[in-house]
Ligand binder design. Sequence first.
Ligand SMILES: [Zn+2]
Length: 77
Amino acid sequence: MLCKDVVENIMGYIDAELDYETLNELEKHIDMCPECMAFVMTYRRMLELTGKLKERTFVTPEVRNRLKELLRSKLKS
Ligand SMILES: [Zn+2]
């Protein structure tokens, strides 16, 4: 799994909707990749801070795209 795959699957990961194999691969990658670890932490904390963790509607396509852009720009630097 690559960093971009983590980005693609972040929503499923947070929502615990990934299949077992994908979840396994993703966690393996996060363990080895500080960038993705930080990304997951940041994302999760952002949801917790806004108190919207359980509200699916919070994760609009716009939020999704913004997060992807955020990680992409981090990966480039
Ligand atoms: Zn990564």
